[in-house]
Every structure is written in structure tokens, then in C-alpha cells.
Write a protein that binds this ligand. Structure first.
Ligand SMILES: C[C@@]1(CC(=O)O)c2cc3[nH]c(cc4nc(cc5[nH]c(cc(n2)[C@H]1CCC(=O)O)[C@@](C)(CC(=O)O)[C@@H]5CCC(=O)O)C(CC(=O)O)=C4CCC(=O)O)c(CCC(=O)O)c3CC(=O)O
Ligand SMILES: NC(=O)C1=CN([C@@H]2O[C@H](COP(=O)(O)OP(=O)(O)OC[C@H]3O[C@@H](n4cnc5c(N)ncnc54)[C@H](O)[C@@H]3O)[C@@H](O)[C@H]2O)C=CC1
Length: 239
């Protein structure tokens, strides 16, 4: 295990990987965790590994991932958007890192933050609401712990609040003369005790609160409709 370089300032992004080829080298527990979240983001997953764990075998049988059943080869990187090196073989880890650097492909190396060009943070998702926690590779256990604490604090109501705000934004963007008016309106809505009402699924209460601040041209019912659906707003944790 290497100590993370403390001089690096990691740059956080949200990537659209839908339909993109993500190569995972290795088929053990770590590969499986990474693959589960890659599938959630609708990536095309290719696993190269002589052996895979039962969960990956099942995903391959269901054609949800492609399993290339052999040891890693240099040309496996061809066409990959992201690469995850998650084997238990140090020489393979090093070779994948060397090739990724040469070919300028982004690499996550499971056993070495210093060889990685991206790290995976711990995540809490509530629909489009996303919290990500990272320690720059210094302590994944701490990231996981903080995530579990945040999960208690940020429930599914945050996903619903995002939906409501998106619906509001959809209605007002392009309407107000100045975007400053919109900004003020968004802040006024967010200053209302709306999360509590959402948590109680008290849509009438939400409607009354909104009524206090919404200008005439905004249809509050459309905002309530954005909340009142059977679908969950991604309340589960990712793992
Ligand atoms: C650098 C990074 C690269 C990367 O994988 O992206 C990395 C590297 C390493 N992890 C190791 C160990 C563990 N990793 C976890 C868990 C998670 N690891 C994740 C990310 C990252 N792990 C990236 C940095 C994240 C950051 O910046 O903080 C999470 C957050 C996200 C995810 O993987 O989805 C996920 C939490 C999932 C969740 O709960 O949501 C646990 C705890 C557990 O399993 O419960 C342990 C055991 C306890 C411990 O050792 O701390 C080891 C030592 C291996 C060994 O001992 O040989 C290395 C290598 C090294 O440190 O050198
Ligand atoms: N980043 C993270 O979150 C964590 C990283 N780790 C580290 O990640 C690495 C992998 O951990 P696990 O998944 O638990 O290991 P594992 O032993 O369960 O899986 C290793 C996999 O690599 C495959 N493999 C071996 N040689 C290969 C080759 N030449 N080509 C392709 N695949 C090959 C094996 O068939 C197996 O499927 C370890 O180095 C471990 O220390 C461990 C815990 C968390």
C-alpha cells in the first residue's frame, strides 16, 4: 500500500459514462463494487479476468456486462473511456498504469492512489442529488464512515426537493426579465420549511408554503406534481 501524494489537488467532476466502454481488469470484490455503480450510470462494462466472482458471472450470463475470460493483454485498453485496474497482481497493476499513461486514458488503480488519474469517492444519491466524499486516497474507511453519517442526515426528501426546484426552474427560466429575480425566488423558496413538509408527504402544506412566495406566472400545481409521483427519488445507497 502506498501513501497518497499529499501535493495533488484532485479535481471533482460528474461524468456522463452512459454507453461508454469502461474496462475493468480483475473480477474480485473491488471490481464488483466498481461495476455495480458503473452499471447504475449505464456504462458498457467489459471485464477482463481469468476468474470472476459469482455476482459478475451472473451479470455476464444476463449479458449486462461482457466478460473476457483470460489474463489482461495490452490491447485490452483499446477503445476504453475509463479503465479500472482491480487485480491482486502487482505486475498487472503496474502494466495497466503504464499503458493508461502512454495512451492518456483515465485510470483508477485499486491498490494505488498514486498511479490513479481518478479516484472514486463514497457517494450518497437521492435522485439527482449527489453527495460525494473523498480523502484524496488517504483513508477510504473515513470516506465510507462520513458517507454513512451523511446518509442519516440527507434522506429521500432531498431528491424530491431537487425535483421541485427543477420544475420551478423550468417554469421561470426565460420568463423573468433579469436572472437576479429568479435567483431571489429560488432563495425564497429554499428558505421555506419545505423539506419538513416533503418528509411528511404533506403536499397540501408544500402548496401553502409555495403560495407565500410564488409570483402569479408560476403554476404551483405543476411543482406539486413533480413531487407527487409513485417513483422513489433514488433513496437507496449505492452499494
Ligand atoms: C484511492 C481509492 C481508489 C479507488 O478505488 O477509487 C481507494 C483505494 C484503496 N481502498 C482500500 C481499502 C478500502 N476501501 C474501502 C472502501 C471504498 N473505497 C473507495 C474508494 C477508494 N479506495 C479511493 C479513494 C477514496 C478516497 O479518496 O477516500 C470507496 C470510497 C468508493 C468505491 O470504491 O466505490 C469505497 C467506500 C464505499 C462506500 O462505503 O460507499 C474500504 C472500506 C470498506 O470496504 O468498507 C477499505 C478497507 C479499509 C481501509 O483500508 O481503509 C485500499 C487498501 C487495500 C489494501 O489494504 O490492500 C486502497 C489502496 C490504498 O489505499 O493504497
Ligand atoms: N480501491 C478499493 O476500494 C480497494 C482496493 N483494494 C485492493 O484492490 C485489489 C483487488 O482486491 P479484490 O477485488 O479484493 O481482490 P480479489 O483477489 O478478490 O480479485 C482479484 C481479481 O484479479 C483477477 N486477476 C488476477 N490476475 C489477473 C490478470 N493477469 N488479468 C486480469 N485479472 C487478473 C483475479 O482473477 C481476480 O478476479 C487488491 O490489490 C486490494 O488490495 C482492496 C479493498 C478496497
Amino acid at each position: 500500500m502506498q501513501v497518497a501524494a499529499d501535493t495533488k489537488v484532485w479535481y471533482p467532476v460528474n461524468l456522463d459514462i452512459s454507453g461508454r466502454l469502461c474496462l475493468v481488469v480483475g473480477g474480485g470484490a473491488v471490481a464488483t463494487r466498481k461495476i455495480t455503480s458503473l452499471l447504475l450510470s449505464e456504462a458498457m462494462v467489459r471485464v477482463v479476468s481469468p476468474e470472476v466472482c459469482p455476482k459478475l458471472r451472473r451479470l455476464a450470463d444476463e449479458d449486462r456486462i461482457e466478460w473476457v475470460r483470460r489474463a489482461f493483454r495490452d490491447d485490452d485498453l483499446d477503445g476504453a473511456f475509463l479503465v479500472f485496474a482491480a487485480t491482486n497482481a502487482p505486475h498487472v497493476q503496474r502494466r495497466v498504469a503504464e499503458l493508461a499513461r502512454e495512451r492518456k486514458v483515465l485510470l483508477n488503480s485499486a491498490e494505488s492512489p498514486s498511479l490513479s488519474t481518478f479516484l472514486v469517492p463514497a457517494r450518497i444519491r437521492r435522485g439527482d442529488f449527489l453527495l460525494a466524499v473523498s480523502t484524496g486516497g488517504a483513508s477510504p474507511a473515513l470516506s465510507a464512515l462520513i458517507k454513512r453519517r451523511l446518509a442519516l442526515q440527507f434522506g429521500p426528501e432531498y431528491g424530491l426537493l431537487v425535483r421541485l426546484m427543477a420544475a420551478l426552474r423550468h417554469q421561470v427560466v426565460g420568463c423573468a426579465e433579469q436572472s437576479a429575480d429568479n435567483r431571489e425566488l429560488f432563495h425564497e423558496v429554499l428558505a421555506l420549511p419545505i423539506l419538513e413538509r416533503i418528509r411528511e408527504r404533506d403536499w397540501e402544506g408544500v402548496r401553502q408554503l409555495l403560495h407565500q412566495v410564488l409570483p402569479g406566472h408560476v403554476d404551483g400545481n405543476l411543482l406539486i406534481e413533480a413531487l407527487d409521483t409513485q417513483e422513489t427519488a433514488g433513496s437507496g445507497e449505492e452499494r
